[in-house]
Design a binder for this molecule. Structure first.
Ligand code: FAD
Length: 432
Protein backbone atom coordinates (compact mmCIF):
# COMPACT_ATOMS: atom_id res chain seq x y z
CA UNK A 1 0.00 0.00 0.00
CA UNK A 2 2.73 2.44 1.02
CA UNK A 3 4.76 1.50 -2.06
CA UNK A 4 1.82 2.64 -4.18
CA UNK A 5 2.55 6.20 -3.12
CA UNK A 6 5.81 6.21 -5.09
CA UNK A 7 5.70 6.86 -8.82
CA UNK A 8 7.33 4.35 -11.17
CA UNK A 9 10.22 6.73 -11.81
CA UNK A 10 10.58 7.68 -8.12
CA UNK A 11 14.07 8.77 -7.14
CA UNK A 12 15.87 9.91 -4.01
CA UNK A 13 17.68 12.79 -5.70
CA UNK A 14 16.50 16.43 -5.71
CA UNK A 15 13.83 17.25 -8.30
CA UNK A 16 15.99 20.23 -9.36
CA UNK A 17 18.73 17.92 -10.61
CA UNK A 18 16.42 16.56 -13.32
CA UNK A 19 15.82 19.97 -14.87
CA UNK A 20 19.06 21.84 -14.13
CA UNK A 21 21.18 22.98 -17.06
CA UNK A 22 24.61 21.41 -16.92
CA UNK A 23 27.66 23.61 -16.47
CA UNK A 24 30.97 21.96 -17.21
CA UNK A 25 33.63 21.98 -14.54
CA UNK A 26 36.82 21.19 -16.46
CA UNK A 27 39.15 18.62 -14.94
CA UNK A 28 42.29 20.28 -13.66
CA UNK A 29 45.48 19.64 -11.75
CA UNK A 30 45.71 21.18 -8.32
CA UNK A 31 47.76 24.41 -8.52
CA UNK A 32 50.74 24.69 -6.11
CA UNK A 33 49.80 28.11 -4.86
CA UNK A 34 46.79 30.40 -5.03
CA UNK A 35 45.73 33.66 -3.42
CA UNK A 36 42.37 32.51 -2.08
CA UNK A 37 41.11 29.00 -1.40
CA UNK A 38 37.34 28.67 -1.00
CA UNK A 39 36.25 25.46 0.73
CA UNK A 40 32.75 24.50 -0.47
CA UNK A 41 31.09 25.19 -3.83
CA UNK A 42 27.58 26.22 -2.73
CA UNK A 43 25.97 29.70 -2.62
CA UNK A 44 28.39 30.93 0.09
CA UNK A 45 31.53 29.71 -1.62
CA UNK A 46 30.65 30.79 -5.15
CA UNK A 47 29.41 34.24 -4.15
CA UNK A 48 32.68 34.71 -2.25
CA UNK A 49 34.72 33.46 -5.22
CA UNK A 50 32.89 35.81 -7.57
CA UNK A 51 34.18 38.75 -5.53
CA UNK A 52 37.78 37.62 -5.01
CA UNK A 53 38.22 36.55 -8.64
CA UNK A 54 36.84 39.87 -9.86
CA UNK A 55 39.47 41.66 -7.81
CA UNK A 56 42.14 39.76 -9.71
CA UNK A 57 42.97 37.32 -6.90
CA UNK A 58 43.78 33.81 -8.06
CA UNK A 59 40.84 31.95 -6.57
CA UNK A 60 40.28 28.21 -6.26
CA UNK A 61 37.00 26.66 -5.11
CA UNK A 62 37.24 23.06 -3.92
CA UNK A 63 34.32 20.80 -3.10
CA UNK A 64 34.43 17.23 -1.78
CA UNK A 65 31.61 16.38 -4.18
CA UNK A 66 30.56 18.26 -7.30
CA UNK A 67 29.90 21.97 -6.70
CA UNK A 68 26.27 22.43 -5.67
CA UNK A 69 26.05 18.95 -4.18
CA UNK A 70 25.17 20.42 -0.76
CA UNK A 71 22.08 22.39 0.25
CA UNK A 72 22.45 24.83 -2.63
CA UNK A 73 20.88 22.38 -5.08
CA UNK A 74 18.54 20.74 -2.56
CA UNK A 75 16.57 23.61 -1.09
CA UNK A 76 12.98 24.75 -1.46
CA UNK A 77 13.83 28.03 -3.20
CA UNK A 78 12.06 30.25 -0.66
CA UNK A 79 13.70 33.61 -0.07
CA UNK A 80 13.04 35.72 3.01
CA UNK A 81 15.11 38.08 5.13
CA UNK A 82 16.48 35.00 6.89
CA UNK A 83 16.22 36.59 10.34
CA UNK A 84 14.11 34.21 12.40
CA UNK A 85 14.11 36.02 15.74
CA UNK A 86 11.69 38.85 16.44
CA UNK A 87 13.05 42.39 16.72
CA UNK A 88 12.14 42.54 20.42
CA UNK A 89 14.09 39.34 21.13
CA UNK A 90 17.09 40.72 19.26
CA UNK A 91 16.91 44.00 21.20
CA UNK A 92 16.73 42.12 24.50
CA UNK A 93 19.76 40.06 23.57
CA UNK A 94 22.02 42.58 21.82
CA UNK A 95 20.60 46.07 22.38
CA UNK A 96 18.81 48.25 19.84
CA UNK A 97 21.82 49.20 17.68
CA UNK A 98 22.98 45.68 16.95
CA UNK A 99 19.38 44.42 16.61
CA UNK A 100 18.72 47.12 14.02
CA UNK A 101 21.96 46.33 12.18
CA UNK A 102 21.12 42.60 12.07
CA UNK A 103 17.68 43.30 10.63
CA UNK A 104 19.15 45.74 8.10
CA UNK A 105 21.43 42.97 6.89
CA UNK A 106 18.43 40.62 6.70
CA UNK A 107 16.85 43.14 4.35
CA UNK A 108 20.17 43.51 2.50
CA UNK A 109 20.27 39.75 1.87
CA UNK A 110 16.85 39.90 0.22
CA UNK A 111 17.92 42.98 -1.78
CA UNK A 112 21.10 41.19 -2.84
CA UNK A 113 19.02 38.51 -4.60
CA UNK A 114 17.35 41.27 -6.63
CA UNK A 115 20.79 42.70 -7.37
CA UNK A 116 22.04 39.32 -8.64
CA UNK A 117 19.00 39.00 -10.84
CA UNK A 118 18.61 42.60 -12.09
CA UNK A 119 22.17 43.94 -12.20
CA UNK A 120 24.40 40.88 -12.47
CA UNK A 121 22.11 39.16 -14.95
CA UNK A 122 22.15 35.85 -13.11
CA UNK A 123 19.40 33.43 -14.03
CA UNK A 124 17.68 32.83 -10.70
CA UNK A 125 14.09 32.75 -11.81
CA UNK A 126 13.57 35.26 -8.97
CA UNK A 127 9.93 36.24 -8.47
CA UNK A 128 8.46 38.47 -5.77
CA UNK A 129 5.51 36.18 -5.13
CA UNK A 130 5.15 36.81 -1.40
CA UNK A 131 4.81 34.31 1.41
CA UNK A 132 1.61 33.07 3.01
CA UNK A 133 2.35 31.98 6.59
CA UNK A 134 -0.58 30.02 8.02
CA UNK A 135 -1.70 30.00 11.67
CA UNK A 136 -2.14 26.40 12.76
CA UNK A 137 -3.90 27.45 16.00
CA UNK A 138 -6.50 30.21 16.49
CA UNK A 139 -4.46 32.15 19.08
CA UNK A 140 -1.48 32.16 16.71
CA UNK A 141 -3.60 34.03 14.17
CA UNK A 142 -4.05 36.73 16.82
CA UNK A 143 -0.29 36.80 17.42
CA UNK A 144 0.34 37.22 13.69
CA UNK A 145 -2.32 39.95 13.51
CA UNK A 146 -0.57 41.89 16.28
CA UNK A 147 2.72 41.53 14.41
CA UNK A 148 1.12 42.77 11.21
CA UNK A 149 -0.46 45.75 12.93
CA UNK A 150 2.80 46.78 14.65
CA UNK A 151 4.77 46.59 11.38
CA UNK A 152 8.51 46.01 11.48
CA UNK A 153 10.77 48.63 13.04
CA UNK A 154 13.49 48.13 10.43
CA UNK A 155 12.21 46.73 7.17
CA UNK A 156 9.12 47.82 5.35
CA UNK A 157 7.16 44.59 5.74
CA UNK A 158 3.79 45.81 4.40
CA UNK A 159 2.26 42.57 5.67
CA UNK A 160 -1.44 41.91 5.55
CA UNK A 161 -3.73 39.41 7.24
CA UNK A 162 -5.94 36.85 5.57
CA UNK A 163 -8.78 35.70 7.81
CA UNK A 164 -10.04 32.14 7.87
CA UNK A 165 -13.12 33.09 5.82
CA UNK A 166 -10.88 34.61 3.11
CA UNK A 167 -8.52 31.65 2.94
CA UNK A 168 -9.78 30.37 -0.42
CA UNK A 169 -8.07 33.27 -2.17
CA UNK A 170 -4.70 32.10 -0.79
CA UNK A 171 -4.84 28.38 -0.26
CA UNK A 172 -7.27 25.50 -0.70
CA UNK A 173 -7.19 24.16 2.85
CA UNK A 174 -9.37 24.66 5.91
CA UNK A 175 -6.57 23.55 8.27
CA UNK A 176 -5.32 27.05 8.97
CA UNK A 177 -7.06 29.70 11.05
CA UNK A 178 -6.04 32.33 8.53
CA UNK A 179 -2.53 33.70 8.15
CA UNK A 180 -0.24 36.56 7.27
CA UNK A 181 1.20 37.54 3.87
CA UNK A 182 4.75 38.89 3.55
CA UNK A 183 4.46 40.38 0.07
CA UNK A 184 8.20 40.94 -0.51
CA UNK A 185 9.36 37.39 0.04
CA UNK A 186 10.44 35.67 -3.16
CA UNK A 187 10.80 32.34 -4.86
CA UNK A 188 13.68 31.22 -7.05
CA UNK A 189 14.10 28.41 -9.50
CA UNK A 190 16.69 26.38 -7.62
CA UNK A 191 17.60 24.42 -10.75
CA UNK A 192 18.81 27.63 -12.42
CA UNK A 193 20.46 29.72 -9.68
CA UNK A 194 23.45 27.55 -8.78
CA UNK A 195 24.42 26.69 -12.38
CA UNK A 196 24.18 30.37 -13.32
CA UNK A 197 26.28 31.39 -10.31
CA UNK A 198 28.86 28.71 -11.06
CA UNK A 199 29.17 29.99 -14.62
CA UNK A 200 29.52 33.59 -13.41
CA UNK A 201 32.26 32.65 -10.91
CA UNK A 202 34.15 30.75 -13.61
CA UNK A 203 33.77 33.62 -16.07
CA UNK A 204 35.16 35.98 -13.42
CA UNK A 205 38.27 33.78 -13.39
CA UNK A 206 37.69 31.50 -10.39
CA UNK A 207 38.98 27.95 -10.75
CA UNK A 208 36.43 25.40 -9.57
CA UNK A 209 37.29 21.80 -8.83
CA UNK A 210 34.95 19.06 -7.65
CA UNK A 211 35.68 15.70 -6.01
CA UNK A 212 38.54 17.17 -4.05
CA UNK A 213 38.20 17.33 -0.27
CA UNK A 214 40.13 19.75 1.87
CA UNK A 215 41.54 17.58 4.64
CA UNK A 216 43.69 19.91 6.72
CA UNK A 217 44.34 23.64 7.00
CA UNK A 218 47.56 24.67 8.76
CA UNK A 219 49.08 28.10 9.17
CA UNK A 220 52.44 28.55 7.54
CA UNK A 221 53.90 31.99 8.11
CA UNK A 222 51.41 34.52 6.74
CA UNK A 223 49.75 31.93 4.54
CA UNK A 224 48.18 28.48 4.79
CA UNK A 225 49.38 24.99 3.94
CA UNK A 226 46.42 23.04 2.64
CA UNK A 227 46.22 19.28 2.50
CA UNK A 228 43.63 17.97 0.05
CA UNK A 229 42.61 14.56 -1.24
CA UNK A 230 44.68 15.39 -4.35
CA UNK A 231 47.79 16.82 -2.76
CA UNK A 232 49.17 19.89 -1.00
CA UNK A 233 48.86 23.56 -1.95
CA UNK A 234 49.59 26.93 -0.41
CA UNK A 235 46.91 29.60 -0.07
CA UNK A 236 47.26 33.22 0.99
CA UNK A 237 43.74 33.29 2.41
CA UNK A 238 41.05 30.68 3.08
CA UNK A 239 37.27 31.05 3.06
CA UNK A 240 35.30 28.31 4.82
CA UNK A 241 31.92 27.86 3.13
CA UNK A 242 30.91 24.41 4.35
CA UNK A 243 27.81 25.26 6.44
CA UNK A 244 25.81 22.11 7.39
CA UNK A 245 28.58 19.91 5.96
CA UNK A 246 31.30 21.42 8.17
CA UNK A 247 33.12 18.34 9.41
CA UNK A 248 36.25 18.08 11.53
CA UNK A 249 38.25 20.32 9.15
CA UNK A 250 37.95 23.20 11.60
CA UNK A 251 36.96 21.99 15.09
CA UNK A 252 36.17 25.58 16.21
CA UNK A 253 33.49 25.86 13.50
CA UNK A 254 32.28 22.30 13.95
CA UNK A 255 31.56 23.11 17.60
CA UNK A 256 29.32 26.00 16.49
CA UNK A 257 27.30 24.36 13.74
CA UNK A 258 24.50 21.87 14.41
CA UNK A 259 23.82 19.83 11.26
CA UNK A 260 20.10 19.09 11.02
CA UNK A 261 18.43 17.13 8.24
CA UNK A 262 15.65 18.83 6.32
CA UNK A 263 13.46 16.65 4.10
CA UNK A 264 11.45 17.37 0.94
CA UNK A 265 9.17 15.52 -1.45
CA UNK A 266 8.10 16.44 -4.96
CA UNK A 267 4.80 15.10 -6.22
CA UNK A 268 4.13 13.74 -9.66
CA UNK A 269 2.46 16.20 -12.05
CA UNK A 270 -0.99 17.24 -10.85
CA UNK A 271 -3.98 18.23 -13.04
CA UNK A 272 -4.07 21.99 -13.67
CA UNK A 273 -7.55 22.50 -12.19
CA UNK A 274 -6.49 20.83 -8.92
CA UNK A 275 -3.39 23.02 -8.75
CA UNK A 276 -5.44 26.17 -9.40
CA UNK A 277 -8.00 25.24 -6.76
CA UNK A 278 -5.47 24.37 -4.03
CA UNK A 279 -2.85 26.97 -4.92
CA UNK A 280 -4.60 29.98 -6.45
CA UNK A 281 -1.42 32.07 -6.12
CA UNK A 282 2.28 31.34 -6.72
CA UNK A 283 3.25 32.27 -3.19
CA UNK A 284 5.79 30.42 -1.11
CA UNK A 285 4.12 28.83 1.90
CA UNK A 286 4.94 28.03 5.50
CA UNK A 287 3.17 27.93 8.86
CA UNK A 288 3.44 28.72 12.55
CA UNK A 289 4.66 25.28 13.62
CA UNK A 290 8.09 25.15 15.29
CA UNK A 291 8.68 22.12 13.08
CA UNK A 292 7.63 24.21 10.14
CA UNK A 293 6.19 22.88 6.90
CA UNK A 294 7.52 24.78 3.89
CA UNK A 295 5.98 24.20 0.50
CA UNK A 296 5.30 25.70 -2.90
CA UNK A 297 4.58 24.84 -6.50
CA UNK A 298 7.42 24.02 -8.85
CA UNK A 299 8.23 26.90 -11.23
CA UNK A 300 6.15 25.23 -14.01
CA UNK A 301 3.15 24.97 -11.60
CA UNK A 302 2.83 21.25 -12.19
CA UNK A 303 4.06 19.71 -8.95
CA UNK A 304 4.15 20.46 -5.25
CA UNK A 305 7.35 20.56 -3.25
CA UNK A 306 6.55 19.84 0.38
CA UNK A 307 9.26 19.97 3.04
CA UNK A 308 9.73 19.74 6.76
CA UNK A 309 11.20 17.84 9.64
CA UNK A 310 9.05 14.75 10.27
CA UNK A 311 11.33 12.31 12.08
CA UNK A 312 12.97 12.44 15.49
CA UNK A 313 16.38 11.27 14.26
CA UNK A 314 17.87 11.43 10.79
CA UNK A 315 16.30 8.90 8.46
CA UNK A 316 16.37 7.93 4.81
CA UNK A 317 14.39 10.15 2.41
CA UNK A 318 12.12 7.27 1.40
CA UNK A 319 10.73 6.74 4.90
CA UNK A 320 10.43 10.45 5.59
CA UNK A 321 8.63 10.81 2.24
CA UNK A 322 5.68 8.79 3.53
CA UNK A 323 5.37 10.99 6.61
CA UNK A 324 5.62 14.17 4.56
CA UNK A 325 2.95 12.79 2.22
CA UNK A 326 0.72 12.01 5.22
CA UNK A 327 1.11 15.56 6.54
CA UNK A 328 0.62 17.14 3.09
CA UNK A 329 -2.57 15.09 2.67
CA UNK A 330 -3.81 16.22 6.08
CA UNK A 331 -3.56 19.81 4.82
CA UNK A 332 -4.88 18.99 1.35
CA UNK A 333 -7.02 15.80 1.39
CA UNK A 334 -7.38 16.11 -2.41
CA UNK A 335 -3.69 15.16 -2.67
CA UNK A 336 -3.91 11.91 -0.69
CA UNK A 337 -3.68 9.72 -3.79
CA UNK A 338 -1.08 11.84 -5.58
CA UNK A 339 2.20 9.99 -5.97
CA UNK A 340 5.65 11.05 -4.87
CA UNK A 341 8.20 11.36 -7.67
CA UNK A 342 11.21 12.58 -5.65
CA UNK A 343 12.29 12.56 -2.01
CA UNK A 344 15.55 13.95 -0.72
CA UNK A 345 17.18 15.57 2.27
CA UNK A 346 20.12 17.79 3.10
CA UNK A 347 21.91 19.05 6.20
CA UNK A 348 21.17 22.64 7.12
CA UNK A 349 23.59 24.37 9.52
CA UNK A 350 21.85 25.49 12.72
CA UNK A 351 23.49 27.63 15.39
CA UNK A 352 22.92 27.90 19.13
CA UNK A 353 21.58 31.45 18.83
CA UNK A 354 19.47 30.90 15.68
CA UNK A 355 21.50 33.47 13.73
CA UNK A 356 23.99 33.21 10.90
CA UNK A 357 27.62 34.08 11.58
CA UNK A 358 30.64 35.27 9.69
CA UNK A 359 34.09 36.40 10.66
CA UNK A 360 37.81 36.31 10.16
CA UNK A 361 40.83 35.09 12.05
CA UNK A 362 44.19 36.10 10.50
CA UNK A 363 43.31 35.29 6.92
CA UNK A 364 40.79 32.52 7.62
CA UNK A 365 37.30 33.76 6.75
CA UNK A 366 33.96 32.03 7.20
CA UNK A 367 30.22 32.48 6.73
CA UNK A 368 27.73 29.83 7.84
CA UNK A 369 24.87 28.91 10.19
CA UNK A 370 21.86 30.05 8.17
CA UNK A 371 19.47 27.89 10.24
CA UNK A 372 17.63 26.49 7.22
CA UNK A 373 17.03 29.88 5.67
CA UNK A 374 20.14 30.51 3.63
CA UNK A 375 19.20 31.06 0.00
CA UNK A 376 19.46 34.83 0.41
CA UNK A 377 21.70 34.97 3.49
CA UNK A 378 24.35 32.48 2.26
CA UNK A 379 24.51 34.41 -1.01
CA UNK A 380 24.81 37.76 0.77
CA UNK A 381 27.30 36.74 3.47
CA UNK A 382 29.29 34.79 0.88
CA UNK A 383 29.52 38.01 -1.14
CA UNK A 384 30.58 39.96 1.96
CA UNK A 385 33.32 37.56 3.12
CA UNK A 386 34.57 37.46 -0.48
CA UNK A 387 34.84 41.25 -0.46
CA UNK A 388 36.54 41.16 2.94
CA UNK A 389 39.10 38.64 1.71
CA UNK A 390 39.66 40.89 -1.32
CA UNK A 391 40.00 43.93 0.93
CA UNK A 392 37.15 45.81 -0.74
CA UNK A 393 34.79 45.68 2.27
CA UNK A 394 36.20 46.85 5.57
CA UNK A 395 32.98 47.63 7.44
CA UNK A 396 32.14 44.90 9.97
CA UNK A 397 28.99 42.95 9.26
CA UNK A 398 26.46 42.95 12.11
CA UNK A 399 26.97 39.18 12.19
CA UNK A 400 30.60 39.78 13.17
CA UNK A 401 29.54 42.01 16.04
CA UNK A 402 27.79 39.20 17.91
CA UNK A 403 29.48 36.27 19.65
CA UNK A 404 29.24 32.85 18.03
CA UNK A 405 28.24 30.52 20.85
CA UNK A 406 28.77 26.83 21.39
CA UNK A 407 27.77 24.57 24.29
CA UNK A 408 29.94 22.67 26.75
CA UNK A 409 30.85 19.20 25.46
CA UNK A 410 29.35 19.84 22.00
CA UNK A 411 31.79 18.57 19.37
CA UNK A 412 29.53 18.47 16.29
CA UNK A 413 27.35 15.46 17.09
CA UNK A 414 23.82 16.71 17.86
CA UNK A 415 22.84 13.98 20.35
CA UNK A 416 20.13 16.33 21.70
CA UNK A 417 18.26 16.50 18.39
CA UNK A 418 15.69 13.75 18.96
CA UNK A 419 14.57 15.05 22.40
CA UNK A 420 14.44 18.61 21.00
CA UNK A 421 12.27 17.52 18.07
CA UNK A 422 9.99 15.70 20.52
CA UNK A 423 9.60 18.85 22.63
CA UNK A 424 8.86 20.94 19.52
CA UNK A 425 6.28 18.38 18.42
CA UNK A 426 4.48 18.69 21.76
CA UNK A 427 4.69 22.49 21.62
CA UNK A 428 3.21 22.43 18.11
CA UNK A 429 0.30 20.34 19.35
CA UNK A 430 -0.50 22.99 21.94
CA UNK A 431 0.64 25.94 19.83
CA UNK A 432 3.27 27.42 22.17
C1 FAD B 1 15.97 20.32 2.06
C2 FAD B 1 16.41 21.74 2.25
C3 FAD B 1 15.50 22.78 1.97
C4 FAD B 1 15.91 24.10 2.14
N1 FAD B 1 15.03 25.09 1.78
C5 FAD B 1 15.42 26.39 1.90
C6 FAD B 1 14.54 27.42 1.47
O1 FAD B 1 13.48 27.18 0.93
N2 FAD B 1 14.95 28.71 1.67
C7 FAD B 1 16.16 29.02 2.25
O2 FAD B 1 16.47 30.21 2.40
N3 FAD B 1 17.03 28.04 2.61
C8 FAD B 1 16.70 26.74 2.44
N4 FAD B 1 17.58 25.76 2.76
C9 FAD B 1 18.93 26.14 3.27
C10 FAD B 1 19.86 26.63 2.14
O3 FAD B 1 19.79 25.75 1.05
C11 FAD B 1 21.29 26.71 2.67
O4 FAD B 1 21.32 27.57 3.79
C12 FAD B 1 22.30 27.22 1.65
O5 FAD B 1 22.21 26.51 0.45
C13 FAD B 1 23.71 27.09 2.22
O6 FAD B 1 24.65 27.28 1.19
P1 FAD B 1 26.19 26.99 1.49
O7 FAD B 1 26.92 27.31 0.26
O8 FAD B 1 26.61 27.70 2.73
O9 FAD B 1 26.26 25.44 1.84
P2 FAD B 1 26.08 24.17 0.90
O10 FAD B 1 25.30 24.48 -0.31
O11 FAD B 1 25.54 23.08 1.78
O12 FAD B 1 27.55 23.84 0.44
C14 FAD B 1 28.55 23.37 1.32
C15 FAD B 1 29.54 22.57 0.48
O13 FAD B 1 30.74 22.36 1.23
C16 FAD B 1 31.31 21.16 0.77
N5 FAD B 1 32.31 20.72 1.75
C17 FAD B 1 32.12 20.43 3.06
N6 FAD B 1 33.30 20.08 3.63
C18 FAD B 1 34.26 20.15 2.66
C19 FAD B 1 35.66 19.91 2.63
N7 FAD B 1 36.32 19.52 3.73
N8 FAD B 1 36.34 20.07 1.47
C20 FAD B 1 35.67 20.49 0.34
N9 FAD B 1 34.34 20.73 0.32
C21 FAD B 1 33.63 20.57 1.46
C22 FAD B 1 30.12 20.23 0.64
O14 FAD B 1 30.41 19.14 -0.23
C23 FAD B 1 29.04 21.17 0.10
O15 FAD B 1 28.88 21.08 -1.30
C24 FAD B 1 17.23 24.41 2.61
C25 FAD B 1 18.12 23.36 2.87
C26 FAD B 1 17.72 22.05 2.68
C27 FAD B 1 18.68 20.94 2.95
Amino acid sequence: MEGELFSDDFRTTPYWQDIAPSVSVPKMELPCRIDVLVVGGGYTGLNAALQTAREGLETLVLDTEHPGWGCSMRNGGQVSTSIKLSFSKLVKRYGKDVATALCQEGQASLDYMHHLSDNEGLDLGLREVGRFHGAHKPHLYETLARESEAGHPVWNAQTFMVSRSEMASELGTDRYYGGIVYPHHCSIDVSRYHPSLLKAAQEAGALVKGNCAVLKIERSGNAFRIQTSEGILKAGKVILATNGYSGPLSPWHQRRIVPIGSYVIATEEIPEDTVDRLFPTDRILSDTRKLVYYYRLTPDRKRILFGGRVSLSETDPRSSALKLHRDMSALFPALSAVKISHAWMGFVGYTFDTLAHCGEDKGLYYAMGYCGSGVGMASYLGMRVGQKAAGTDTAPSAFERISNPTRPLYQGNPWFLAPSVLVYRLRDRIGI
